[in-house]
Ligand binder design. Structure first.
Ligand code: ARG
Ligand code: ZN
Length: 462
């Protein structure tokens, strides 16, 4: 994202809570990275003026005391000339900030960590910013009161950032438009297991602490990062085309804790045939025994579940690897491109394995009365508070079934494949999807999508 606030006049910095005012630069022209990425739903999520390519996160965590120590090194490129830029970070004490190895001035304003490098950054310049920080973690909640981010649990942590909870555990450009690769080095008391995205890169134990290293090479949105700690057993198996599958299942769950994972390899194969090859270098699951968060998240390569998942939940989170993780919304308003697609994919899996057909599923939902909660808010613009409303999932999935019925199976499945092939690793909007659907079907579909995605209430004709 490239949004910059230009402060051309010298402003006397007062305590501005809006964080829009520059710390005046010597020559009277300060160029300050914006405090947000420009997302209408979460205006302060992410930042402007730079683009991150890699996060190197070193974390030490003690579940018993919730004591957390972090060192983050972020590699980025300035997308504008910058005298100051922000990272998102909530809580903690920041001990030091360095830019390209040199100490930098910084201050905090709510979730904004504002950093002024010794000398400004020029447009296009590559730089690293290193932040050391520590504190005691808690149980953060999102704008609806749901647990998210770094959720401290009795045996470790359940880490699920969607939509803008990454800032509860590392300094970050916390918006899905800025994807980056990650390296994790997580140190926990010996006996605990730390699980992150990607693949393990070794572990060692010294003085009663074990360090786990994980490497996630595929560019990843910050809401998909995890570093979950618990009493996990790690299990390796192999999926289609040799894909490594690494599952972490809480030991306390007993033998049935992983029942829902039994058909993972088959699912990868099935979705691979429908949508195109699985996007990333590995897959797996993190199955925790702390049910409190009450949901699962499609953390990249390794979805996290608050308890033993059903097979259809596993199918849902797996489908997100294509729709959400690889093909990622450009703004949170587009959430149905994640949830509608993943829900629809789980319907397809159910049909494939001899359960109800997607068409039957659609019919029984469509039989619900106009007064049912299913119809609102409209999935194409649910609002920040209703981001995960039932309508985003179910009316979103119904939109795809209705589209399939309208344009026919051949065009519909060609569309899903082209959508993934054309936007793999990128960011998308609904308008991109509508345009592609019109191109492939040779139908005018504006009215159809207006009815299903943007009009409140129950669709009757489309
Ligand atoms: N994307 C997740 C899923 O549908 C749900 C995340 C809910 N997050 C939240 N902060 N309420 O699989
Ligand atoms: Zn989902």
């Amino acid at each position: 994202m490239k949004i910059v606030w230009r402060c051309l006049t010298l402003l006397t910095a007062t305590a501005s809570t809006l964080a829009l005012v520059a710390a005046p630069a010597a020559a009277g022209s300060a160029i300050v990275g914006a405090p947000g990425a420009g997302d209408d739903y979460f205006p302060l999520a992410g930042n402007g003026g730079y683009d991150v390519s890699h996060y190197d996160l070193d974390i030490r965590y003690e579940p018993a005391t919730r004591a957390f120590t972090g060192a983050a090194t972020i590699s980025a490129r300035a997308t504008a000339r910058l005298s100051r830029f922000n990272l998102d970070l909530r809580g903690f004490t920041v001990r030091s900030v360095r830019v390209d190895g040199r100490p930098a001035r910084f201050d905090r304003d709510g979730q904004e960590l504002r950093i002024s490098p010794r000398s400004g950054l020029s447009r296009g310049e590559r730089f690293t910013v290193s932040v050391t920080y520590d504190g005691t973690t808690g149980r953060p909640t999102d704008n609806t009161g749901a647990l998210y981010g770094w959720v401290s649990t009795p045996d470790g942590s359940f880490v699920a950032n969607e939509p803008e909870g990454a800032a509860t555990w590392y300094p970050v450009n916390d918006h899905p438009t800025d994807k980056a690769s990650y390296d994790f080095e997580i140190t926990v008391p010996a006996g605990k297991t730390a699980v992150a995205n990607g693949e393990p890169r070794g572990q060692y134990t010294r003085d009663g602490w074990t360090t786990f290293r994980w490497h996630a090479a595929d560019p990843m949105a910050s809401y998909l990062a995890t570093a979950s700690i618990g009493d996990y057993d790690l299990r390796r198996s192999v999926g289609p085309r040799g894909l490594p599958i690494i599952d972490a299942v809480d030991r306390d769950l007993g033998p049935t804790g992983d029942d829902g994972l039994a058909r993972t390899a088959e699912m990868i194969d099935y979705f691979g045939q429908l949508f195109g090859p699985y996007p990333f270098s590995s897959f797996g699951a993190i199955v925790d025994d702390d049910e409190d968060p009450g949901y699962a998240l499609e953390t990249q390569t390794r979805p996290i579940y608050a308890g033993p998942p059903s097979q259809s939940t596993v199918a849902h989170e797996l489908a997100h690897q294509w729709f959400g993780d690889s093909v990622t919304p450009a703004r949170w308003q587009e959430i149905w491109l994640n949830e509608g697609f993943a829900t629809y994919a789980s319907w397809l899996w159910e049909e494939h394995t001899g359960g109800r057909t997607a068409a039957a599923r659609f019919a029984s939902l469509h039989a619900q009365p106009e007064t049912a909660s299913l119809w609102n808010p409209p999935p194409g613009d649910p609002g920040a508070v209703e981001l995960f409303a039932g309508s985003v999932y179910n009316k979103g999935a119904m939109t795809l079934q209705a589209l399939r019925a309208k344009i026919g199976d051949a065009a519909f499945f060609a569309l899903l494949r082209a959508w993934y092939a054309g936007h793999r690793g990128g960011n998308v909007s609904t308008s991109d999807f509508v345009r592609l659907a019109e191109k492939i079907s040779r139908q005018q579909l504006n009215g159809f999508f207006r009815t299903w995605l943007y009009t409140p209430g129950k669709p009757t004709t489309w």
